[in-house]
Design a protein around this ligand. Structure first.
Ligand code: NOJ
Length: 560
């Protein structure tokens, strides 16, 4: 396998709306990101992935793009973006951007033209069908709830949308669409971006014969039950039905043709990378002619990590991955809960956060961090309904209210479900608005008050015991330790099944990682003398051999 920069990199996802607000309007922007590049260089990351930075009416927080070749005016200009790119590159930080393939915004000029008349030249750029009498063309569902078809009175036909009705699906069977989207990719590659995170790749084709699905469920049943579970009720809709529901709408074989076309284009440029928002291994392609990387979403697990679970999960992942296949490991993203909240049972949030970070930063494959994770930002329950920005949560709330649930029951569930919980503004200091925006400015999502309790960059930069310094130290260790950066992975027998232990090995170095996810001390037996190169419990530099007692939540990294 030829090793590329992205095999060795640590990525950092920036959610532009919430990262840094340079012009003080309560919304993050490109100049804010420019101002924070020195911070990112200090942290030691090698690449950033920007969630969508394009013009958008924000029905899906930027994943509804109205112009693929521009920057959202509230974020800045194309020149600001060029400056950001150049300044990032000057610090050896690569930049990959989000590329939403499946759909545009309903306010994209392509869709405005397409919906204007049946004979508009762009009519076939989207998926239009006649209804079945007064009903939609078939029973397909939108993953965000309701029918996947929206009636458009202008022409009396329905258009298809896998996500919101404000996100009409492009018709990738139309070669003009393929060409237009490849042109978009070329536009950014020519500018110098280092690659793309490809949104929702599995969804870009659907069965053109429109067969009905045969699941007894609709997507609202899943969404409703999901909220009910938050209200303490049982799960009644089997999770496996979700796949049956969308069987004609996702992962069609034609997706591979588009992945290949994108890869072909990307390969015209030096050192660019394609990362798919998918965990589906086939998208790595035969002989690696599709995506360079897919995500290992399993690490976004809801329940705390246990040794058995990690072992089993990794064994499965390794067994499935073809030779040279590559994954992005991640604990957080803009759709998930914050890991620190997920693994917090109220007893040891920081030690648990350090353990999961240590796992991410010592395993094989490329780690992806999400902004705020490094300072331990936790889920925020947005206090008022009118402060919520995630349309998906608002839709789910409406479903329950229509079902007759009282608002005071529904609202707490929405607070837990909404993706707003992990999208709140970054905390830069213990200052009004967490130093994100000036005092008195109403930020686009409220700022989590925890910034005043040490969950902010400035306080943690000043404290060498902080979570932030922990991330920085482990990133540096990974980069300066060939076995941690490039070594292969093997489970390690330390005579204790409750300790997660593994080795990473190159031809010249062997490192062992021991992670005690338990709240009790654990004994390990180390069969060869090894030097401690990292310890959360003051053992650095010691030579270990034989029996070792690891304290609760202890992290130990050894070199042999
Ligand atoms: C996946 C993105 O991560 C998510 O935020 C978005 O809502 C959907 N794709 C639709 O674009």
């Amino acid at each position: 396998m030829t090793r590329k920069w992205w095999h060795d990199a640590v990525f950092y996802q920036i959610y532009p709306r919430s990262f840094a607000d340079a012009n003080g309007d309560g919304i993050g922007d490109i100049n804010g990101m420019r101002q924070k590049l020195d911070y990112l260089a200090w942290l030691g990351i090698d690449a950033v992935w920007l969630s969508p930075h394009y013009p958008s009416p924000q029905y899906d927080c930027g994943y509804d793009i109205s112009d693929y070749c521009d920057v959202a005016p509230e974020y800045g200009t194309l020149d600001d973006f060029r400056a950001f790119l150049a300044e990032a590159h000057a610090r050896n930080i690569r930049v990959i951007i989000d590329f939403v393939l499946n759909h545009t915004s309903h306010l994209h000029s392509w869709f405005i033209e397409s919906r204007s008349s049946k004979d508009n030249p762009k009519r076939d750029w989207y998926i239009w069908r006649d209804g079945d009498g007064d009903n939609p063309p078939n029973n397909w569902q939108s993953t965000f709830g309701g029918s996947a078809w929206e009636y458009d009175p202008t022409t009396g036909q329905y258009y298809y949308h896998f996500f919101l009705k404000e996100q009409p699906d492009l018709n990738w069977r139309n070669p003009q669409v393929v060409q237009a989207m490849l042109d978009v990719a070329r536009f950014w590659l020519d500018m110098g971006v280092d690659g793309f995170r490809l949104d929702a790749v599995g969804t870009i084709f659907e069965d053109e014969h429109l067969p009905n699905h045969i699941s007894p469920y609709r997507s609202v049943d899943f969404l409703r039950n999901e909220v009910e579970v938050q209200l303490g009720k049982p799960r009644t809709v089997p999770e496996k039905e979700w796949e049956r529901l969308f069987v004609h709408q996702v992962n069609l074989p034609q997706v591979h043709d588009i992945m290949k076309a994108l890869r072909h284009l990307t390969d015209e440029y030096t050192d660019r990378v394609l990362i798919g928002e998918t965990a589906d291994i086939p998208y790595l392609g035969d002989g690696h002619d599709e995506l360079h990387m897919i995500f290992n979403f399993n690490l976004l697990r809801d329940a705390p990590f246990t040794t058995d679970w990690i072992r089993e999960n990794l064994t499965k992942q390794y067994a499935q991955l073809p030779p040279g296949g590559w994954m992005a490991n991640t604990l957080n993203n803009h759709d998930s809960t914050r890991a620190i909240s997920r693994y917090d049972d109220g007893t040891a949030p920081i030690p648990r956060a350090k353990l999961s970070a240590a796992l991410l930063l010592t395993l094989e494959f490329t780690p992806f961090l999400y902004n705020g994770e490094e300072i331990g930002m936790s889920n925020f329950e947005v206090p008022h309904r009118d402060q919520m920005r995630d349309t998906l949560a608002l839709l789910m709330g409406d479903i329950l209210i229509n079902d007759g649930h009282p608002l005071d029951e529904v609202y707490p569930a929405m607070q837990k479900m909404t993706r707003d919980r992990c999208r709140t503004p970054m905390h830069w200091a213990n200052a009004p608005n967490g130093g994100f925006s000036p005092e008195g400015i109403c930020t686009w999502l409220p700022v989590h008050p925890e910034y005043a309790n040490g969950v902010n960059v400035a306080d943690q930069q000043a404290d060498h015991q902080s979570l932030l310094h922990f991330y920085r130290t482990l990133i540096a260790l990974r980069k300066s330790t060939p076995a941690l950066q490039r070594g292969d992975y093997r489970e390690w027998d330390v005579d204790n099944d409750r300790l997660f232990a593994f080795v990473r090995r190159t031809d010249t170095q062997i490192c062992a990682v021991l992670l005690n996810f338990e709240a009790t001390a654990q004994l390990a037996y180390i069969y060869l003398p090894m030097r401690v190169i990292f310890s959360t419990h003051g053992r650095s530099g010691a030579l270990l051999n034989g029996g070792v007692r690891l304290s609760p939540f202890e992290i130990l990294i050894l070199e042999g």
